[in-house]
Design a protein around this ligand. Structure first.
Ligand SMILES: *[C@@H]1O[C@H](CO)[C@@H](O)[C@H](O)[C@H]1NC(C)=O
Ligand SMILES: *[C@@H]1O[C@H](CO)[C@@H](O)[C@H](O)[C@H]1NC(C)=O
Length: 501
């Protein structure tokens, strides 16, 4: 293994007022802080028609050769379905993770979305959880990471119909009966704002408009129903939540009150959309006021079920955007749903033109994904927003990561030297450390996305997010340098940052 040296914090960062309060040795990860990595079923499992699995909307999307770059599919992906035992050994031994977050494939458990249970599907997850236990890796179990059974999409339009609420609750109940005792941390839905925008777009074949709000409403109610079911089963010491996401928003001009308001409003419309009903008891006030009847209303009982329906706040934190007012305010409104800025009607951008030089300036360091720039200051601002707005007892960073530019074309040796990814994590963890120590934000765990290179949705295999390289011809896994960096950063329980000697 390569060697890393501890960079003293004082040498690594300029002494700001905040950091001077602490001596370097005071910066430790909290003693129960956990480090891990995450995956999702469709992105790694493969065996798309094996073991009695039904089809999911992602089989349909990827088999439509016009959608995914290069015509890539998840038919085989990382072949994790057949290799999970070696993978768990690899996660424990090579990546050194303490926690592993994965998702359960709904159509593997219920091939038609409801009806008969597919026993081999259940057994796959039982064996996976047994393997994790044997290696002392703590599981985080996600009930849904975008792979809706196609049968439910065909029958009633999936998340746009309220019928999905009862079906999701039923699926959750079956999984919890069979696997509930084996996993202490549960997630209902991963990134509902993406389920109701990008994923819905691929299933509809066009950009969703009003359906977005309906989809979000049903996602929230499905979450609340599943949490009620979870709590009724009387588990002891088990926790449940929903994973929120959304780019953090920074005012384009920090001195402008208009831009500061735009940033706040954009976060209400993306993050607050799902966080406010759960933590505060209804949609954000600004959404209610501006969207009026377009935003479905909750009954008193539904509000009651939603409020407090999370034991911790889980957030997939990637990047930030600049927020400002639209240059043409009339281009977007409640009734102008065709605007790309609908429904928030905020101009969110990741580039701006420098007035003096005419150059295009990006918000941060670019990565292989056009939406994902490294913006360390935005990460800290975002954590403060989550903490100030929702006061959660604990926050888990449930995903964070990037694809190195050109990595998919590199040979193995070059792909393993992922210094841009190390830089990404170094900068991000520096802000995380300050958020914990200087801002007193209760972040309790950090999960790198992803444990393995995998099927990156509409980008196929053209973007590699793994801290481990996957050779898709041989299915060989190899830890990248970033995996060693993360491992040494977290296992030494110090937040001083490490670099390779
Ligand atoms: C494939 O996707 C395109 C673009 O979303 C869509 O227009 C087309 O209808 C899809 N084809 C099928 C067979 O679903
Ligand atoms: C959004 O803001 C950017 C940066 O100022 C600007 O270049 C762009 O024209 C704006 N777009 C709209 C639709 O207002």
């Amino acid at each position: 293994m390569r060697r890393y040296v501890l960079l003293l914090v004082a040498a690594a960062v300029p002494l700001t007022e905040a950091s001077s309060k602490c001596k370097p040795e005071d910066y430790k990860w909290p003693s129960d802080f956990f480090y891990g990595c995450g995956t999702s079923a469709y992105q790694i499992e493969g065996a798309w028609n094996g073991g009695g699995r039904g089809t999911s909307i992602w089989d349909t999307i990827s088999h439509n050769t016009t959608v995914v770059v290069g015509g890539d599919t998840g038919d085989v992906a990382d072949d994790h379905y057949h290799r999970f035992e070696e993978d768990v050994d690899f996660f424990a031994e090579e990546l050194g993770v303490e926690t592993y977050s994965f998702s359960i494939s709904w159509p593997r458990i219920l091939p038609n979305g409801r009806g008969p249970v597919n026993e081999p599907g259940v057994q796959f997850y039982v064996k996976l959880l047994q393997a994790l236990k044997k290696r002392n890796v703590t599981p985080i179990c996600k009930l849904f990471h975008w792979d809706l059974p196609q049968a439910l999409q065909t029958e009633y339009g999936g998340w746009t119909s309220k019928r999905v609420i009862a079906d999701f609750d039923h699926y959750a109940s079956i999984v919890l009966d069979r696997l509930g005792s084996m996993c202490d941390m549960w997630i209902t839905l991963n990134e509902p704002s993406m389920i109701c925008s990008k994923v819905l777009e691929y299933t509809l074949g066009r950009e969703p408009k009003e359906e977005k709000l309906l989809c979000g409403h049903h996602a929230l109610l499905a979450h609340a129903a599943a949490v009620k079911t979870f709590r009724a089963k009387g588990f002891k010491n088990k926790k449940i939540s929903l994973i929120n996401d959304g780019p953090f928003q920074l005012p384009l001009d920090a001195t402008s009150a208009v831009d500061r308001n735009a940033a706040r409003k954009a976060m209400e419309y993306s993050i607050g959309w799902f966080a406010a009903p759960i933590w505060l008891g209804d949609y954000p006030e600004v959404m209610r006021r501006e969207l009026g009847d377009l935003l479905p209303a909750f009954t008193a009982q539904e509000l009651n079920d939603l409020k407090g329906s999370a034991d911790f706040l889980a957030f997939d934190a990637y990047t930030s955007q600049w927020a400002s007012a639209l240059l043409d305010p009339d281009s977007c409104s409640v009734t102008r749903t065709e605007s790309p800025a609908w429904p928030s009607c905020v101009n969110s951008t990741q580039t701006r033109i420098d007035q003096r030089t005419g150059d295009t300036v990006p918000i941060g360091i670019p990565t292989q994904s056009d939406w994902n720039y490294l913006v360390p200051s935005g990460f800290r601002v975002g954590l403060r927003f989550l903490n100030d707005m929702y006061s959660p007892p604990a926050i888990v960073i449930s995903e964070n990561g990037m694809g190195v530019i050109g990595e998919a074309r590199k040979d193995l040796r070059d792909a393993l030297r992922d210094t841009a990814r190390i830089n990404w994590y170094q900068e991000t963890l520096r802000e995380l450390r300050s958020a914990i120590h200087d801002d007193n934000i209760p972040v309790v765990g950090f999960l790198a996305w992803s444990c393995l290179d995998n099927f990156e949705w509409e980008m196929g295999y053209g973007v590699r997010f793994g801290i481990a390289h996957v050779n898709y011809d041989t299915q060989k896994r190899t830890a990248k340098d970033s995996a060693f960096f993360l491992r040494s950063t977290f296992t030494r329980k110090e937040t001083g940052l490490f670099i390779e000697t």
